[in-house]
Write a protein that binds this ligand. Sequence first.
Ligand SMILES: [Zn+2]
Length: 191
Amino acid sequence: MQGANGNDIGRLFNFFTKSSIIWNIQNAYIPNDTNGRQVNALTSQWDGMPSDYLSTTLNTTFVNNATDVAVGRTLIHESLHAYLIQWGYSQGMNANTTMAQLVDGYLGSLSPNDIAAQHDAMANIINQMALALQAKFPNLDLNYAQNLFWAGLTETAAYNTLSDDQKSVIASANAAETYSQASAKGSKACN
Ligand SMILES: [Zn+2]
C-alpha cells in the first residue's frame, strides 16, 4: 500500500464491489466514545459470519449533520479499515500475528482488529487518501482534504509531530465539514 495513489484507494471500492467480499454499509445511532466525542463510523467483521463479511456503520447523527465531503472522507477511511481487516483475515492471521510476517514489515504489528495500527498505516498514506477524496470532489484543495483525514488519526504518533497551528487548522476544517458550518467546502447532504 505504500505506493498506492489516490486512484488505487478509489479502486478499493471496486475491489469490494467485484470480489466475493460483502461490504455492508448501514446507518445507525452510535453512542459517543468514553471521552464524549462523536464516533462517525465503525467497521468490523460481522460477528459469527465468514471472514469475508464486513460491516461499516455510519453514525446517523454524523450523516445528518455533516457535508458530503465529510461523509466521503469517512467512507474512504472506513474502506481502508475494511480492506485491512479483510487482508489480515485472508492471511489467516490471528491477534498475535505481525504484518511483518505477511509483507516486508511495512505495516508493523498489524492485526485485523488492531485499529491503532491501521490508523498508523493510514497516517503514512494520508496524501493518497486525500487524492482519493479529491477525485470525488475536484474543487477540494489537496491540503484541505489532507486535514480532513487527520481527524480520524489524532491518536497517531504522526499527528503528534504536527504543529499546534496545523492541529488547530485541522480541527477547524473538520468542525466545518462535520457540522456543515458556513466555512465548509462540501454541501449538506439531503436528509
Ligand atoms: Zn479509524
